[in-house]
Design a protein around this ligand. Structure first.
Ligand SMILES: Cc1cc2nc3c(=O)[nH]c(=O)nc-3n(C[C@H](O)[C@H](O)[C@H](O)COP(=O)(O)OP(=O)(O)OC[C@H]3O[C@@H](n4cnc5c(N)ncnc54)[C@H](O)[C@@H]3O)c2cc1C
Length: 400
């Protein structure tokens, strides 16, 4: 594998940088970099529209459905530059998860109805897979969908539905058959989050936010044509959806921007009258993390460039997920170490549009650091718990 960027790649990088200089205002970048969680929804929707107008909102979608026709490497360069410049991260549930399922399994009507709104950022999506009692063991889900004339009647409860409270649409796994193997009785269905019978309740999180939700489904009537693909084929679609997540769970772009943030903090914060970056113990920890993040990027690039591998893609994806989530936690710990107790400062919602702080005690790099650390305790759980990922690696890569 040749991991040197060619002339064309560098020219592409310049094009992306010029676009970002032109279109990404300083105040939006500042809000993104200032550690607000969940990120500012208005900024995300607005940025989605800006990218859509350029034809860049869905880096990996095929051209015929509105993608830009980039290679995986170009998409990688694009995501890296966007994150380092402080561009808002787009909502992944629509663009990365359900979008590809819709253009692969959906009817022409479904494609025409949903894909344009995802590309433009007009409709945001929530992922309704997990349930109480059906997380790692997803196939044991119980939410039922029973045909009644031309409608499915849906009853059950979903759990941990990220950003369900400000999503217009949801994609759900439901049980359509109780006989036979549990995986073979699951279907995927989509419906608006404001359908009668849907109740969304935010879950208070340890970081003071409520970005995940419980979703109660009480006799929710959904037209039959909202079923995606064949009835009882939802498990295969879910596997397809997760396999599209080949490298994004590595969170490599966030890792690079976190590194830059920590370095910036360490250059400005003092310990015994000298910048913390000059403390050899701290500098060593930062250097170790930089090496690990760079090594993870090489692994991501290897998967993206499809270098021959002895292991199936799902095993590679699990390796990246385990490593990426561990690094996320180490990065947030080092950021807190650099700031000490001043890391406890939260980013308040009402500060989002305020002018930059002038108080030298609270420069822009202070808020949101502990919030990030607390929220990311969950990153070794969401998207598939670390222990389960290790089981997948053991089985698929080592045949255990
Ligand atoms: C912040 C956050 C956001 C989320 N967002 C979404 C979302 O948008 N949509 C959605 O559908 N879901 C979402 N989830 C749910 C997430 O996918 C599940 O939490 C995850 O799959 C684990 O399931 P569980 O919580 O039921 O834990 P369990 O499956 O009960 O696991 C509990 C513990 O047991 C271990 N364990 C379980 N089975 C095994 C095994 N076979 N071998 C070894 N160890 C095992 C796990 O590793 C874990 O440590 C989110 C979760 C969080 C925390």
């Amino acid at each position: 594998m040749n991991l040197k960027y060619g002339k064309e790649d560098e020219a592409f990088r310049e094009e992306v940088r010029a676009f970002l200089r032109d279109k990404l205002p300083h105040d939006v970048a500042r809000r993104t970099k200032t550690g607000m969680h969940p990120p500012n929804e208005d900024d995300r929707r607005w940025w989605n529209r800006v990218l859509f107008e350029k034809g860049w909102s869905a880096p990996l979608w095929p051209k015929e459905y509105g993608g830009p026709g980039w290679t995986h490497l170009q998409a990688h360069i694009f995501e890296y530059e966007c994150r380092m410049a402080g561009a808002p991260e787009l909502r992944w549930q629509g663009l990365r998860l359900i979008g590809p399922v819709l253009y692969t399994f959906g009817t022409p009507e479904q494609k025409a109805r949903y894909l344009p709104a995802i590309l433009k950022g007009d409709e945001m999506w929530a992922q309704g897979f997990s349930e109480p009692g059906a997380g790692s063991d997803l196939a044991s889900l119980k939410t039922s969908a029973v045909l009644d004339g031309d409608h499915y009647v849906i009853n059950g409860q979903k759990l941990w539905t990220t950003e369900g409270h400000y999503s217009e649409q949801g994609f759900f796994l439901v049980r359509t058959d109780n006989t036979g193997k549990s995986q073979r009785g699951i279907s995927m269905i989509v419906f608006p989050m404001d359908t009668p019978g849907v109740t969304v309740r935010q879950i208070p999180m340890i970081n003071g936010e409520g970005s995940t939700c419980e979703v109660f489904l009480d006799n929710v009537r959904v037209p039959r044509e909202n079923l995606i693909g064949a009835v009882n084929a939802g498990w295969d679609q879910a596997k397809f959806l997760l396999s599209n997540e080949r490298t994004s769970s590595a969170e490599i772009y966030k890792a690079f921007s976190d590194l830059a943030r920590i370095r910036h903090i360490a250059e400005h914060e003092l310990k015994n009258g000298r910048p913390i970056i000059q403390d050899p113990v701290f500098a060593r920890k930062l250097a170790e993390l930089e090496i690990d993040v760079n090594a993870l990027e090489w692994s991501v690039l290897r998967v993206l460039c499809e270098a021959p591998s002895n292991y199936p893609i799902a095993a590679n994806a699990s390796v990246l997920k385990v490593r990426g989530s561990e690094l996320q936690q180490r990065l947030t710990e080092l950021a807190v170490e650099a700031l000490g107790q001043r890391s406890l400062r939260m980013y308040r919602r009402d500060e989002a549009y305020a002018p930059p702080a002038v108080n030298p005690l609270w420069p822009d790099y202070t808020p949101g650091v502990a919030t990030d650390l607390l929220y990311l305790r969950a990153c070794t759980i969401f998207g598939g718990a670390k222990e389960v990922q290790k089981n997948i690696i053991a089985k698929l890569a080592f045949g255990l």
